[in-house]
Write a protein that binds this ligand. Structure first.
Ligand code: AHR
Length: 503
């Protein structure tokens, strides 16, 4: 049996987690909106057309933030098409995903849905086929009270009070040649700076996310971030990162090592932000918005066969298995470990499209990846502790990968300590110890584990509980030490609390 030691110290805190680290994403893509969160003709929907069963699952995760409306979609979007009387909304061809967009769901439906989902919007603007003028107009529609053309237009659509949306993305993946209105770093940096400046004139309290690279593999990675930030450092609060991993070669150790690549990606972007900061002799720090991250590969072959110009097809419908849940767990641990700089992150996406929640016309169910995401969101809102793990590593395409990923979070006020851990050992249990002498009086509340012998096991509508978390009795505290045994290929949440809180 392998062994591992975890070292934490109350005095070494990385940062308090920003709850927006557990955000997600709804794009006008496939069945995310139509047939996902909104399906007026379905008896499972409420009077606004929002799927009640989906809302329930979203509230279970406590999703704090939802990015909208794209994604690639936003780069060709006219938001005005999706507001006002529905019978006057145009159907248009949608070139990001080669479909037809009916515009029956738009900005106001999304904002009403956010209320029901108990979440906040992260709104993206079109800097692909549109620009500064459009950025000004949508800000006026959303954040001005009344007495101007666009604020009065909103009021004429039945929305009296401004939304005061505070978080905005300045376009999407503008470095990608697939993007409508793709730009060079200089072109994008300039328009991001100017759009941001105009948006801030309307509402000085907004926060802005500039587009970073679409992935670490982009040929322009690094120089893109540097040039963009040279231009828009004054306006940007965050720079975005996007990444998706897959296991097409069926090499699980390499796949599970992808969090090493994610960690490298984050470290590199931090270095670039700080390099520009130093060059500008600026006091301002740019933080990171990891606003697209997930596993994505299962559906790619299928999607190539899709018919064009249909509405809401089954697109990007990855069916996630147990090993995907393990990697999602490791990616969450990686994000938490960088809580001092990664303030926003969005699991891409939320419903049907590469999502933890799936729907059919007769119900909704949780994919395997739902569980680590939900656990991190519910139990991860606290101070992240510097967590050092002493464990064997293995060689992977990304370099040496540890057999154990772990991070601890502490809530001093509530006197709780939570350890998230993924064992990447595929065959044997692992004994893990952690010195807890600084946590006298703490007891184990529960040890949740997601374990499955079959790495390829999935949940389906017919068998929705094939991969679900259970409880382990293998954790104990002895002589000030947490001693636990992690099952091979497992996601674990070990929750401790001072005994005062348990009475
Ligand atoms: O999330 C799916 C797509 O992935 C998004 O539209 C795009 O931004 C990224 O390439």
């Amino acid at each position: 049996m392998k062994t591992a030691e975890i070292f934490i110290d109350k005095n070494f805190k990385i940062a308090d987690t920003d709850k927006r680290l557990f955000g997600s994403f709804i794009e006008h893509l496939g069945r995310a909106v139509y047939g996902g969160i909104w399906q007026p003709e379905n008896p499972l929907s409420d009077e606004n057309g929002f799927r009640r069963d989906v809302l329930e699952l979203i509230r279970e995760i406590h999703v704090p933030l939802v990015r909208y409306p794209g994604g690639n979609f936003v780069s060709g979007y006219h938001w005005e098409d999706g507001v006002g009387p529905k019978d006057r909304r145009p159907s248009k061809i949608e070139l990001a995903w080669n479909v037809i967009e009916s515009n029956q769901f738009g900005l106001n439906e999304f904002m009403a849905w956010c209320k029901e989902a108990q979440t906040e919007p992260m709104m993206a603007i079109n800097l692909g086929t549109r620009g500064i003028e459009d950025a000004k107009n949508i800000m006026e529609y959303c954040n001005i009270g009344k007495g101007t053309y666009y604020s009065d237009l909103r009021r004429s659509h039945g929305i009296k009070d401004p939304y005061n949306i505070k978080l905005w993305c300045l376009g999407n993946e503008m470095d990608g040649p697939w993007q409508m209105g793709h730009k060079t770093a200089d072109e994008y940096g300039r328009i991001a700076q100017e759009a941001g400046r105009i948006m801030r004139m309307i509402d000085p309290d907004i926060e802005l996310v500039a587009c970073g690279s679409s992935s670490l593999d982009m040929p322009t990675f690094g120089s893109w971030e540097e040039t963009v930030l040279e231009h828009c450092y004054d306006q940007a609060d965050y720079i975005s990162l996007h990444t998706y991993y897959g296991n097409p070669e069926d090499n699980t150790p390499d796949f599970l090592a992808s969090s090493v690549a994610m960690d490298d990606f984050i470290r590199s972007v931090i270095s670039i932000c700080d390099c520009v900061k130093a060059k500008k002799r600026s006091k301002k720090t740019i933080n990171l918005s990891f606003d697209e991250w997930n596993v994505w590969y299962h559906s790619k072959e299928q999607d190539e066969k899709l018919q064009r110009w249909v509405q809401a097809p089954h697109q990007l419908e990855d069916i996630y298995n147990h090993e995907d849940a393990l990697l999602v767990g490791s990616m969450l641990i990686t994000l938490l470990k960088h809580a001092d700089r990664v303030k926003i992150a969005c699991l891409a996406q939320l419903v049907n499209v590469i999502a933890p929640i799936m729907t059919s016309d007769t119900g909704a169910w949780r994919q395997t990846t739902f569980y680590p995401y939900m656990h991190a969101s519910v139990f991860g809102r606290a101070s992240v502790l510097q967590t050092n793990v002493n464990v064997l590593t293995y060689e992977s395409i990304y370099g040496d990968a540890p057999y154990l990923d772990a991070v601890a979070v502490e809530d001093e006020e509530k006197e709780t300590l939570t350890l998230f851990a993924v064992s990447k050992d595929l065959s044997e249990p692992m004994e893990v110890t952690c010195d807890l002498r600084q946590y006298e009086g703490y007891e184990i509340v529960e040890h949740i584990e997601l374990v499955n012998n079959d790495l390829k096991a999935v949940n389906t509508q017919k068998n929705p509980e094939n991969v679900i978390p259970g409880h382990s009795s293998k954790s104990r505290i002895e002589d000030g030490k947490l001693i636990t045994v992690l099952q091979p290929k497992s996601w674990n949440v070990i929750r401790l609390s001072h005994r005062r809180g348990l009475l």
